[in-house]
Design a protein. Structure first.
Length: 336
């Protein structure tokens, strides 16, 4: 299937995290002819009872092209305005899947072997697919991970530290607040203290950043609230140890901070002749834990429109990325 058509077909299959089954079936359908024609192998890699990664390889995999199947909500279908392909997942990461499959097909036609395609589930939530793949390595020496980097190799990516912050109080009639204890006021004090934490800065990755993503609590305007909670995400530029200590100190006596996710910042490989960048988002790479080889990060599109109603990928960058993936694979294989 032609690159742009394949991108749109992928976008038009809703695969919000947890609902990747239809996309996995379509990927298997697309990869089966390449496996048959060039003597490869197509595998399902179980993750949960109804979810699986899709792996195709030709010979023992030495260089693996990988990205994720899932997208964030809400779903909206594709359209093509001549310059861009639009739709949920267009750049994050259905266009990248299409480019990787197209690149692999071209390499196989040239007689290149020792390559694999690995499409995992769950990256947008908890990297469940990448963790599952890490438990079943196949000897790959390099992992080219696909995320929108505007076709530049990322020299580094920020990590992530996510907390659920919970405050507890005592219900009372709001006319007699002295009889209760407001969980919301405790939570607000804890969040204010968290916002005052001095976060680390790195010369390559820049400053750590903090986002209070959700707040919920209370029962009614005339009830002193007994429970309130918030979700906080910090983009790390280091291993996060100093930030953990600071968060614990900030909430002490006010609330409880439960760590939900911790992914350290990364330094990544550069390749001569390919432009570089630095990204502030987190990827599946830490979840792979090196089990699929030394990581590289590159893909078409910009992260600035991912997860938005304006998500799109430039068709020009899709074409460029196919050639870049092929160049990377050949150069990495030549080092082995």
């Amino acid at each position: 299937m032609e690159l742009f058509e394949l991108t749109r077909r992928l976008v038009d299959i809703e695969s919000i995290t947890g609902n990747e089954r239809a996309l996995a079936a379509f990927l298997e359908e697309q990869l089966a002819p390449l496996v048959d024609r060039y003597g490869g192998r197509l595998e399902r890699m179980p993750v949960e009872s109804d979810r699986h990664n899709v792996l195709a390889h030709w010979g023992d995999p030495l260089v693996t092209l990988s990205t994720h199947q899932d997208t964030v909500p809400p779903f909206f279908p594709s359209r093509d305005d001549g310059e861009f392909i639009w739709g949920r997942g267009a750049c994050d990461v259905k266009g990248i899947i299409a480019a990787m499959i197209t690149a692999a097909a071209g390499l196989l036609e040239e007689g290149v072997r020792g390559i694999a395609l690995l499409f995992v589930v769950g990256e947008e939530r908890n990297s469940a697919g990448a963790y599952a793949a890490a438990r079943s390595p196949r000897g790959s020496r390099y992992l080219i991970n696909g995320e929108p980097t505007e076709n530049k190799l990322a020299l580094g990516s920020k990590g992530a530290l996510r907390y659920e912050v919970t405050a507890r109080g005592r219900m009372a009639h709001s006319a007699y607040p002295e009889l209760g204890e407001s969980a919301i006021e405790k939570l607000l004090d804890a969040l204010a203290a968290i916002r005052r934490v001095e976060l680390p800065t790195d010369s390559l990755l820049g400053p750590s950043t903090l986002n209070i993503g959700t707040i919920q609590g209370g029962r009614a305007p005339n009830v002193i609230p007994d429970l309130a909670a918030a979700e906080v995400m910090i983009r790390l530029v280091d291993d996060g140890d100093s930030t953990r200590r600071a968060i614990e100190q900030a909430v002490a006596g006010r609330a409880e901070a439960t760590e939900v996710l911790a992914i350290p910042a990364l330094r990544l490989k550069a390749v001569d002749g390919i432009a570089t960048t630095v990204v502030a988002y987190t990827t599946d790479i830490p979840a792979f834990g090196g089990a699929w080889g030394e990581p590289l990060l590159l893909g078409p599109g910009t992260i600035h429109v991912a997860h938005t109603s304006e998500e799109r990928v430039p068709k020009r960058e899709l074409v460029e990325s196919v050639a870049l993936y092929q160049t990377l694979v050949k150069r990495l294989l030549a080092t082995l």
